[in-house]
Design a protein around this ligand. Structure first.
Ligand SMILES: [Zn+2]
Length: 255
């Protein structure tokens, strides 16, 4: 594997048909990229890899949070043979659920009810505080303020879609046992959680790779992940770029 070049981290991919209000929130947060722009960048990456005689499927392109948007890229990866797509799925997705992350539930609700992200603070909690809470607490808070859960969100990959992508050669890694900022967790619970995530990933047939939620990790949390069995870890450069380690890949969000 080569990760000397910038490893991209992609969340939502916007097609011309996808124009619901929630997209302006994803854009505001830097979590969305146009399909045409993305395809252009991937083709550029493929060209560079080919010119550099890189090995087949040696350039990693990563997708966080399990969005169904990535299905639009299947034909691109079929023809760009130097690129290796990697899906980082949440614990519930790896367990076979088609489930929505709490913050994404919040963004959809803001868009539907005409609220801006800035308005969320007036409800008594900031996004920063939410990001530190375990997923279950985030969901409970959302339910308390009246945000209904979505039973089976169609914009998240279904288990059969995940299986199809894996069969097409997409690698599957873990987005941790719980999607929140894990830097402040008790190291014993962190080790327990990440060990569970690593063993669930093994059962699934994934690669022992971890993408830190929110791209955030520390020297100490990286050590815990290593002990849990992860052989490669992925952060976001903007969040954790100061940490240097051979098994930590800093990524850039493509938007
Ligand atoms: Zn994430």
């Amino acid at each position: 594997m080569t990760y000397a070049t910038t490893v991209p981290c992609i969340h939502r991919v916007q097609t011309p048909e996808a124009n619901e209000a929630v997209w302006s929130i994803y854009r505001q947060l830097g979590m969305a990229i146009d399909l045409d722009t993305l395809v252009g960048r991937l083709e550029q990456l493929e060209l560079q890899a080919s010119d550099a005689s890189a090995a087949t499927r040696s350039i990693l392109v990563t997708f966080d949070d399990g969005w169904a948007d990535s299905l639009a890229l299947v034909p691109v990866f079929e023809r760009c043979t130097h690129l290796q797509p990697v899906l980082f799925l949440t614990a519930s997705q790896l367990a076979g659920a088609q489930s929505e992350l709490p913050l994404l539930r919040l963004y959809a609700w803001c868009a539907e009810s005409g609220r801006r992200l800035e308005d969320v603070e007036s409800l008594g909690v900031t996004r920063k505080q939410l990001k530190r809470m375990p997923e279950a607490e985030q969901h409970a808070w959302l339910t308390r303020i009246g945000v209904r859960p979505v039973a089976r969100p169609v914009d998240v990959l279904s288990p059969s879609q995940v299986r199809r992508l894996a069969a097409d050669g997409w690698l599957v890694g873990s987005h941790a046992h719980d999607h929140h900022d894990l830097r402040f967790d008790d190291p014993r619970f962190l080790l327990e959680g990440l060990s569970q995530a690593a063993s669930d990933l093994e059962v699934f047939g994934g690669v022992p790779w971890l993408a830190w939620p929110e791209g955030r990790c520390t020297v100490e949390t990286c050590d815990v992940a290593r002990r849990a069995g992860f052989t490669l870890q992925f952060s976001l450069r903007i969040e954790s770029g100061a940490i240097q380690s051979d098994d930590l890949v800093h990524r850039e969000i493509w938007k």
